[in-house]
Design a binder for this molecule. Structure first.
Ligand code: G3P
Ligand code: CA
Length: 283
């Protein structure tokens, strides 16, 4: 009996010690200090701090600010009556209690939906924000990375977004605190002509978009090439830099994805969890 109890005691001590050791040795931050002291990666909270609050809501943007992210990212689309709203999918089904296409619902109908409860009951009552609301609330307080989501579905969306920025005199952003990006390169070319002082980002998950020939062409109107993290290599980062652009990579949802991006020296990491990126720990 005594031997059995002693065995149990030793086993649980070993387990607790092991657990403690792994807890204190796993944080990415400890080993992620870059060798170049000047290197400082930007943290971009994806759809807001969407690991901690419902994506693309004011709560998620506020959380990004509290977590001291450099930017939050948001997705802009257009309602049936031509208002700019912030939501990722082309339908409201996944993130709200409603059903239907964003472009077939009016602003009033969209605003009635609950965009928080599906994430957690704690966020019940969160609304689909308008772009105007997010700009008014957060301008000058945190950088904003505006994605035009599926602009091909919304003719004229570039002009409308440009108008919102101009109205607030945000079309000459200091320190690149506003960036506009899209997977739709034609839309970004158009946006560049509308507001040439706004930095443009091109999103891609396609390796073929990253040849040197393409990068050269992109550099005529874009400032950022933002690929999926799985496409990032040191060589690619160097190539983008040589073409005079920067790189913000997405979407980090696992701590282990951070270090390879830091090793490659990306300029920014787009993540649901801003605290996964060094020097941006959750408060
Ligand atoms: O900012 C990058 C990222 O937002 C692109 O993918 O689908 O989350 O809009 P998605
Ligand atoms: Ca997005």
């Amino acid at each position: 009996m005594l031997v059995k109890n002693l065995g149990k005691f030793l086993l649980s001590t070993a387990l607790i010690t092991g657990l403690f050791t792994s807890l204190i040795s796993t944080p990415v931050q400890a080993k992620s200090k870059p060798s170049d002291p000047k290197y400082r990666v930007k943290t971009i909270a994806h759809r807001g701090a969407s690991g901690y609050a419902p994506e693309n809501t004011m709560a998620a943007f506020q959380k990004a600010k509290e977590m001291k992210a450099d930017y939050f990212e948001l997705d802009v689309q257009m309602s049936k009556d031509g208002e700019l709203v912030i939501i990722h999918d082309n339908t409201v089904d996944r993130t709200t209690n409603g059903k239907g296409k964003v472009k077939e619902l009016t602003l009033a109908e969209l605003r009635q939906l609950d965009a928080g409860s599906k994430f957690s009951p704690q966020f019940a009552g969160e609304k689909i924000p308008t772009l105007a609301e997010a700009l008014d609330q957060f301008r000058g307080k945190i950088g904003i990375l505006i994605e035009l989501k599926s602009p091909e579905l919304y003719p004229g969306i570039e002009e409308k977004v440009a108008k919102e920025l101009k109205k607030r005199k945000m079309h000459r952003p200091k320190n690149e605190k506003i960036i506009v990006q899209s997977f739709n390169f034609e839309s970004m070319k158009k946006f560049h002509h509308l507001l040439p002082e706004i930095p443009i980002g091109l999103l891609t998950s396609n390796k073929n978009d990253l040849s040197n020939t393409k990068l050269k062409e992109f550099s005529t109107y874009a400032d950022y090439v933002n690929p999926s993290y799985s496409l990032v290599t040191k060589e690619l980062v160097n190539q983008i830099h040589k073409n005079g652009m920067k790189i913000h990579s997405w979407t980090v949802r696992d701590r282990n994805q951070v270090q390879p991006l830091l090793n490659a020296k990306v300029d920014g990491i787009i993540t649901d969890y801003p605290d996964y990126v060094p020097r941006n720990k959750k408060k």
